[in-house]
Design a protein around this ligand. Structure first.
Ligand SMILES: Cc1cc2nc3c(=O)[nH]c(=O)nc-3n(C[C@H](O)[C@H](O)[C@H](O)COP(=O)(O)O)c2cc1C
Length: 369
């Protein structure tokens, strides 16, 4: 059986295999509360055999949501609906993580599938609009809102919001927290010289630009149980000569590791200036560079839906986990299907118990099992 389907232990958590569902915004919440859509969307991946399912970017404060339809974890009322999803995913044998996020200057965007809501739609979807915040008062692009530049006191408040959300994630029963430091959102805006033009201790030299993400990692680690892993998603490169580079990410990954981060989820891009050349496995080299450069476990993501390529990424030691977003939407049973294709009899146990025995019967009838 391929190593892609071998277990991985991180602190006190053992994942049944190395396949992960990457966080995917659903823009389907109201007031940040999870609902039946999130249960079915995320639960389906656990039924399909993934080892770890990561909940979408979840705002640590209301103005940290990308849209008014994004999930939040700034209030205790948001714990129970997420806990219901945690319990379901656990019952299917998968682990579950949550991506804690602040959208920074890319907050208060329209829903991608409802760009221009009328009054009735606004009322039905609990429409909200607000001024985003950022390290510096420059918009993401010409069409974006101009953000308010955060004061030192407000930065401290955001750090506290991450810590409080982490505590709530623990109460909800999550196995993993992923800190969203990628894709041009708030923590990435602090890291990148493309967005951070501050002149205080949070801007200028790389050490200063790394300060807030590192402070948050350290503070979250203190309240996140020692037997539970902490991930950080980074934009490993801005894909721009004046921006953040892979060498910067190696330094950041070492600093994260020293503060108790266990896995670096190596994504990239997210600024208007980024020039990404995407293709199959286009970010795998980034995970490999960080894994070797910082001696830390990595997760690769980005057009990794080819099962042979995913298996090779693990077998060749380029990454420890393979995350899928769009390929998982296309086929929520991706792990079961990929394992079945190898002929491994373990596939029947990877199916939900409600399905495994029946599929085995089908294969017996067809002389395959
Ligand atoms: C519908 C959708 C929503 C996404 N939402 C998030 C998100 O909440 N947080 C995040 O870090 N990335 C998000 N992404 C990016 C994915 O996690 C992933 O990095 C990207 O799609 C590349 O992987 P893929 O080629 O497997 O789709 C989203 C992608 C999709 C398709």
């Amino acid at each position: 059986m391929s190593q892609l389907f071998s277990p991985l232990t991180l602190r006190g958590l053992t994942l049944r295999n190395r396949t992960v569902v990457a966080p995917m915004c659903q823009y389907s919440a109201q007031m940040g509360l999870a609902n039946d859509w999130h249960l079915v969307h995320l639960g389906r991946f656990a039924i399909g055999g993934f080892g770890l399912v990561i909940v979408e970017a979840t705002g640590v404060e209301p103005r940290g949501r990308i849209t008014y339809g994004c999930l939040g974890l700034w209030s205790d009322a948001q714990i129970a609906p997420l806990g219901r999803i945690v319990d379901f995913v656990h019952a299917q044998g998968a682990a579950i993580g949550i991506q804690l996020a602040h959208a920074g200057r890319k907050a208060s965007s329209p829903l991608p599938f409802l760009k221009d809501p009328d009054a009735e739609q606004k009322a039905r979807h609990s429409y909200e609009d607000w001024q985003p915040v950022a390290p510096s008062a420059f918009p993401h692009d010409a069409g974006s809102k101009v953000p308010h530049a955060l004061t030192l006191e407000e930065i401290a408040g955001i750090r506290t919001a991450f810590v409080d959300a982490a505590k709530r994630a623990g109460t909800a029963g999550f196995d993993v927290i992923e800190l969203h430091c990628a894709h041009g959102y708030l923590l990435n805006e602090f890291l990148s010289p493309l967005a951070n033009r501050r002149e205080d201790q949070y801007g200028g030299a790389r050490e200063n630009r790394m300060r807030l993400p590192l402070e948050i990692a350290e503070a979250v680690r203190k309240v996140w149980p020692a037997d539970k892993p902490l991930f950080a998603r980074i934009s490993t490169t801005d894909w721009h000569t004046d921006g953040w580079q892979v060498e910067d990410s190696v330094v950041l990954a070492r600093a994260f590791k020293a503060r108790g981060v266990d896995v670096i989820d190596c994504s990239s891009g997210g600024f208007a200036e980024s020039r990404i050349e995407a293709g199959p496995g286009y970010q795998l080299g980034l995970a490999d560079a960080v894994r070797k450069g910082a001696d830390i476990a990595t997760m690769t993501v980005g057009l990794m839906g080819d099962a042979d390529m995913a298996a090779a990424a693990i077998a060749e030691g380029k990454a420890d986990l393979v995350a899928l977003a769009r390929p998982a939407l296309e086929d929520p049973n991706w792990p079961v299907r990929a394992l079945a294709a190898t002929g491994a009899p373990e596939v029947y146990a990877l199916h939900a118990k409600q399905a495994g025995y029946a599929v085995r019967g089908l294969h017996k009838a067809l002389d395959k099992a």
